[in-house]
Design a protein around this ligand. Structure first.
Ligand code: ADP
Ligand code: GN1
Ligand code: MG
Length: 369
């Protein structure tokens, strides 16, 4: 287990010059990967200026230097596109605060890698689609993100997590974890194991289309959960896509699909009462509309045709990843209680079943736009 990030906060804070004096630091947000804190500072004039301080997950990211080069490259580029189109470059993308020595991140005495971003104020970060309008706003933001990066030089990006959305590889890793069954947990999840095996052939659908050249490799976000976009409190618009750790070459259908997985339902990702976990076709409809509008013609006809597959595969894959982590002893996704990763896996598989039942309708909705 990694050392609790709290133990190293003061070391990390000392590496930065903030706008004011640091008056407090609290854990922040609902991300599953990094250790995120909000830093409160007070300026000489008495104003509060906030920052996001993060210790990057060592379990997820082995090369923080490469990760930060990706993020600086992408945010600098986005700032250029945003400002060229009359937007606010300080608000519509993130800015990496440099350390006192001018670096993009700080390494603590135990090799933990930390970074700081100015807090983007007057925004909210949603854990569920409170209204269809807000979900639509998130869709437009992620679609626009795809549009803004359509000409980004993909070859300059490092692969921060190898084979991140290679669902075939996720299946193989699951089988390896199951064979090892390091904690003897396989006995608790026979129905889930059977579900994965019954869907083994599905795992190859997008990867085959990519190999055959039917789906193009693009620069994508790869982690398009609703809580990875900041919504302007005043206008209700999705203004800033955050959590850029996994921006790398990928499939647009996966960006679309991961948002559907997380947002097109009305339950928590770890809900234990599966009767509350239901795929919402109306939300699928508004997201499809918003995403395609935001992407403004970037997607090919084949990509559009594959959007329902993106939704199903990201949900299936995420369920497989939660189950794998459960079998391996919860070493990747943060957990707050026992069995949480298995509960998360179960919600994902319930949503996959719902999508299968709604398949023709999903295809009809996509064809409308
Ligand atoms: P994780 O990879 O663990 O999900 P994120 O980068 O998504 O980490 O950050 C976790 C949470 O912190 C986000 O969901 C959001 O609530 C908040 N957050 C991150 N960056 C900012 C920012 N620049 N301004 C405001 N809130 C932010
Ligand atoms: C993680 O970092 P966060 O919490 O936004 C994960 C995603 C999963 C998601 C499931 C780098 O997203 O791939 O879909 O949890 N991110 C990484 O909620 O693995
Ligand atoms: Mg996040």
């Amino acid at each position: 287990m990694a050392n609790p990030a709290e133990n190293k906060i003061s070391e990390a804070l000392a590496a930065y010059d903030f706008a004011g004096e640091v008056v407090g630091t609290v854990r922040f947000g609902k991300g599953h990967i990094n250790d995120t804190f909000c830093v409160y500072t007070q300026t000489e004039e008495g104003d509060c200026v906030r920052y996001i301080l993060q210790r990057m997950s060592a379990a997820a990211f082995q090369h923080p230097d490469q990760l930060m080069r990706n993020i600086v490259g992408v945010t600098d580029y986005l700032r250029g596109v945003i400002e060229k189109n009359g937007g606010d470059g300080a608000r519509e993308t993130m800015t990496v605060l440099r350390t006192k020595t001018g670096d993009t991140f700080f390494t603590d005495s135990e090799d933990g890698a930390w970074r700081v971003y100015p807090f983007i104020e007057r925004t909210c970060c949603l854990q569920s689609a409170e209204t269809p309008e807000l979900f639509y706003a998130s869709a437009k933001a992620f679609g626009r993100f795809q549009w803004m990066l359509r000409d980004y030089p993909a070859a300059t990006l490092f692969e921060t997590i190898e084979k991140f959305h290679d669902t075939e590889d996720r299946l193989a890793k699951f089988e390896a974890a199951l064979a090892a069954d390091a904690l003897g947990r396989a006995k608790d999840c026979a129905p889930e194991i059977a579900f994965v095996r019954a869907h083994a052939a599905d795992c190859g659908v997008a990867m085959s289309a990519l190999r055959e050249g039917r789906l193009p490799l693009r620069v994508t976000h790869n982690d398009t959960k609703l809580n990875n976009v900041l919504i302007d409190r005043e206008t209700g618009e999705g203004i800033c896509v955050i959590d850029l750790d996994t921006v790398m070459p990928g499939l647009s259908i996966n960006d679309f699909g991961d948002s559907i997985r997380f947002g097109a339902n009305h339950s928590a990702e770890d809900e234990r009462d599966l009767s509350k976990v239901n795929f919402d076709l109306a939300l699928f409809d508004v997201y499809t509309k918003g995403y395609l509008e935001g992407a403004a013609g970037t997607l090919t006809d084949t990509e559009k045709e594959f959007l329902p597959w993106g939704a199903k595969l990201m949900t299936l894959e995420c369920g497989i990843r939660f189950l794998t982590d459960y079998l391996q002893g919860d070493t990747y996704f943060h957990v707050q209680r026992d069995g949480q990763n298995l509960d998360r896996c179960r919600t994902q598989f319930k949503l996959v079943r719902d999508m299968e039942a709604a398949w023709d309708e999903m295809r009809r909705i996509v064809a409308k736009y």
